[in-house]
Design a protein around this ligand. Structure first.
Ligand SMILES: [Zn+2]
Length: 199
């Protein structure tokens, strides 16, 4: 069963907290991630200007803005749903969804995921939602290329937090266990004296 291989419901003996990212407590991290997500927009600007110049689209701006907002909300829900599905595929416990007034989140408090699987939870929305948006852009390039491209870019920029955390834990040992509440992530390391867990 996949659940037993990728997560545990209790922290094994001899494991200790090694690293933590807490969006509720660490305001510096929040500011830093916001700065990074603005920088993440830059590589997409030239293509945006090229497309708007090339297409010279005439649309009702109010309608477009409304559709764009709806699209962004759908994208956010989809993003968290993908995290949630991957959290759930790796545990027999409950997965949590929430909204803190600023952003939606998915998490699995009390579940200790193995590092490799956790990387998949973290990066699955970036891969799958981006892929979906690319397919939609190809299918609807005549009518909705620009709004879909904007949603794609906003989504990519919103994935900066996921990418940041995954980049930080990538180098940790494979046996590392990670707990994600949706607003914080804590990594636990096996202490030197503790024998390896049976796989
Ligand atoms: Zn995410």
């Amino acid at each position: 069963m996949i659940v037993e291989r990728v997560s545990r419901n209790e922290l094994p003996q001899g494991y200790e907290e090694a690293l933590t990212f807490d969006l509720k407590k660490d305001k510096k991290l929040v500011v830093w991630l916001n700065v990074l997500s603005v920088f993440a927009l830059i590589p997409f600007l030239p293509l945006w200007f090229w497309m708007t110049w090339k297409m010279n689209v005439q649309v009702d701006p109010s309608l477009n803005l409304l559709l764009l907002l709806i699209g962004i909300v759908v994208m956010l829900i989809l993003h968290e749903a993908v995290h949630g599905i991957f959290f759930k595929l790796g545990t027999d416990q409950k997965v949590k969804f929430g909204f803190n007034g600023l952003f939606a989140y998915a998490g699995a408090p009390g579940i200790y995921y193995k590092k490799k699987y956790y990387l998949m939870i973290g990066l699955a929305p970036l891969a799958l939602v981006s892929l979906l948006l690319i397919v939609l852009m190809l299918l609807f390039r005549e009518v909705a290329l620009l709004p879909l491209y904007l949603i794609f870019v906003v989504h990519f920029s919103g994935c900066v937090g996921d990418m940041y955390v995954c980049a930080k834990i990538r180098k940790l040992p494979d046996e590392e266990l990670l707990v994600d509440t949706g607003l914080s992530m804590t990594a636990y390391t096996r202490s030197k004296e503790t024998p390896k867990l049976d796989e």
